[in-house]
Design a protein around this ligand. Sequence first.
Ligand code: UDX
Ligand code: UDX
Length: 456
Amino acid sequence: MIKKILCIGAGYVGGPTMAVIAKHCPDIRVVVTDINAERVRAWQSGMPPIYEPGLDEILRASLGKNLSFSGDINSAIADAEMIFVSVNTPTKMFGHGAGRAADLQYWEQTARSILQHARGETIVVEKSTLPVRTAEAMERIFRSGGRQSRFEVLSNPEFMAEGSAIADLEHPDRVLIGSAATTSGQAAMQELVEIYARWVPRERILTTNVWSSELSKLTANAFLAQRVSSVNAVSAICEQTGADVLEVAKAIGSDRRIGPHFLRAGIGFGGSCFRKDILNLAYLCESAGLSEVARYWEAVLEMNEYQRQRFVQRMVVAMFNTLAGKRIAVFGVAFKANPGDTRESPAIQVCRELLAERAQVCVTDPKALESGRRDLGDAAPGLSFESDPYAAAGGAHAIALLTDWPEFGKLDWERIYAGMERPAFLFDGRNHLDPEKLYQIGFNVYSIGRPQRSRL
Ligand code: UDX
Ligand code: UDX
């Protein structure tokens, strides 16, 4: 039985995952390390650097008992029986495969540290999303050491979504564990199964070989993203034909074979994973000589890009073919409501395109204002930030709603309308507000894939 777990990387994945493991396994000592000392301090003080509903409570329940955060990676490695690796694997921005392949430098450095400091038998669990067959590369690094330590590499991808991380970890649809078919591989896999089995029904713990596990993670995200691009493609047809994408999505989603989830049309998907994983998948296909398959998945990304451009284009046309000098209030810069994460947010791109049209862009967001400011940079002329949505909309010609924050639904829209220029436009990039109600107030309302409600 495993008694000592280490997780390398205290980010969105590593922190919450280990907090949940520590909660359900009080007899296992869980240590989490990170190269970022500030992050370590924040987690250790019980004030995590990320916001997830329910995280603070379970973190505090185990901190100081069987859960701790440390900057001393080397001695933590030496002490661990099982090591989860959840360092980030961004898209490579240089050299061969730039802009598409995964940048594995952190991951490889981590593998080398493990090789150098591990003692005895160690199970290494890859939690980071990695290209297929990376576990094999990790094993080769381990074998190259000629040291006495023995390693077993498992793949255990994470399927949690931001904002529902704790609920997803507590009640996962499935836990996936990939291992080698060897006796020692199966034994290592069994150790990990026993950990999850403490709170996950056994029939939800799927075991497979390492490569199938790695590929499942990439393709699960590609499938989810593909649904968003598909419904967004439908939204474009709706706008041209007078059909309503909400009605269409409801009709398609009622088919049990299709299902109702991930059919919300909008300005496209963002977040740290979808784009990166599809680029990765396409690169993988290309490397395997499957260029048609690569093109197929790349089309999902192209549609995502197109949707944003189409949104801005529709604004330009509706607002008499020019945005130059007009004040546009951008409501929401986060990639989705909760948490305030702006990584790969489509709103960032929309803001850039609005600025390119020489609009005066004022961004407001209940939680992500600071991170939006970092991503967009203060310097752009015509760009400002405002925490009060009423102030952001003051004197604006249009509002572009780009994140589905529940807060936006509760605003006093009559008051907002009263403070705006005429004619007042509202472009709802998430189909988040009731267009009829806003139209009655006086707005000219443009939703995604729905008939426009305009007096012009
Ligand atoms: C995760 C997965 O690991 C990634 O593969 C997946 O595609 C997205 O989700 P995430 O937890 O969101 O990444 O990344 P992030 O929040 O950036 O956390 C990674 C942490 O690893 C950071 O805190 C970083 O400081 C740390 N890190 C990075 C190390 O401790 N060591 C390194 O060598 C590199
Ligand atoms: C995703 C996966 O859901 C998760 O399983 C994986 O582990 C990590 O990547 P996340 O990026 O946190 O999680 O967010 P998710 O809720 O999947 O949303 C991604 C993006 O798609 C958001 O920008 C969201 O606004 C958009 N989206 C989602 C739509 O535009 N329409 C939808 O119907 C659903």
